[in-house]
Design a protein around this ligand. Structure first.
Ligand SMILES: NC(=O)c1ccc[n+]([C@@H]2O[C@H](COP(=O)([O-])OP(=O)(O)OC[C@H]3O[C@@H](n4cnc5c(N)ncnc54)[C@H](O)[C@@H]3O)[C@@H](O)[C@H]2O)c1
Length: 285
């Protein structure tokens, strides 16, 4: 496996995990975030996971130093100019992603892979109008990225087959299970998952059951590892809401995907789940 210079853009829930996955596999990573506090939190998260690995005897202190030594924190996208691969993990907003990809397309080499971790937004639309669209693909990790094996690889209208193969091999080398999917709203997993969240929110809104009861039933009787509300808190309610909104819009407002007012209010109030300490549940430090 060739060790690459990887750029990860966005040091939030996903960017921090993706950085760890890449650095563990031997790649050098430049992690970029506009917010220096997010970079600090991501570095503490990576250190805490590696410390747990040391306690469990999975790695040595020296291996931890090697992994963290491969990660640098940056605040400017231009610092990614020498990267072979860039993975974007900023919030689920088309305008933001388009701006980032426009800078990446102008900054990185023509043959560098430009990957988006978007949960639902069309890769064709993110890439539209940019230089060398053949190198722009979806590369969708799942949360928590260091644990979940699946990566959905999404070919946009103009992504080349050769670059899909490069991304596929990169995912395999990260120890992941890549699956090729079509560029359609929510791809596979997030489209299938919409009713899990939406119906649970409707049941809550109709006062048929409580957050705790719904989560409990889905785990005990449904066999799910996490209930729909625990999952929303882990994902980030803003991210989950933005994904539903994007799927709803891109399915031309089909009622089955209509976003929930309960989620909308929580986003407006800044109750975003674990990352803000409060969502459907409360979290201490
Ligand atoms: N949270 C999940 O469970 C999950 C799972 C799979 C995919 N995704 C997708 O991954 C992406 C990121 O989600 P997240 O949950 O990590 O979001 P997050 O809100 O936790 O983190 C986003 C980070 O991007 C940074 N950012 C914002 N604008 C920026 C800019 N212009 N330049 C650099 N950094 C910037 C923010 O400061 C923040 O640290 C989204 O597209 C989301 O849909 C999320």
């Amino acid at each position: 496996m060739t060790p690459y210079q990887v750029g990860v853009i966005g040091a939030g829930t996903m960017g921090a995990g993706i950085t760890l996955v890449c650095a563990r596999s031997g790649h050098r990573v430049s992690l970029v975030d506009a917010n220096p506090d997010a970079l600090e939190r991501a570095q503490s998260y990576i250190a805490s996971i590696l410390n747990r690995d040391i306690q469990k005897g999975r790695i040595t202190e020296q291996q931890k130093e090697e992994i963290t030594g491969r990660v640098t924190a940056e605040t400017k996208l231009k610092s990614l100019r020498d990267c072979d691969i860039a993975i974007e993990a900023v919030p689920e907003r088309l305008d933001l992603k388009k701006t980032i990809f426009s800078t990446l397309a102008d900054t990185l080499r023509e043959d560098a892979l430009l990957l988006s971790n978007t949960s639902s937004i069309s890769i064709t639309e993110i890439a539209g109008g940019l230089k060398h669209q053949e190198r722009i693909l979806g590369f969708h990790f799942f949360n928590p990225a260091p644990v979940m094996p699946l990566i959905e690889i999404i070919k946009g209208k103009k992504s080349s087959v050769e670059n899909v193969e490069r991304a596929y091999q990169f995912a395999k080398d990260l120890g992941k299970t890549p699956v090729l999917v079509s560029d359609s709203p929510g791809f596979i997993v997030n489209r299938v998952a919409r009713p899990y969240y939406n119906e649970a929110l409707r049941i809550l809104g109709d006062r048929i059951s409580t957050v705790e009861q719904i989560d409990d039933i889905m785990k005990k009787a449904g066999g799910f590892k996490m209930g729909p509300f625990e999952l929303q808190d882990m994902i980030g309610i803003d991210i989950n809401y933005a994904t539903t909104e994007s799927v709803y819009t891109n399915f031309f407002h089909e009622g089955r995907f209509k976003p929930s007012r309960i989620q909308q209010r929580m986003v407006q109030a800044g109750s975003l789940g674990r990352k803000t300490g409060e969502g459907f549940y409360e979290y201490s430090e």
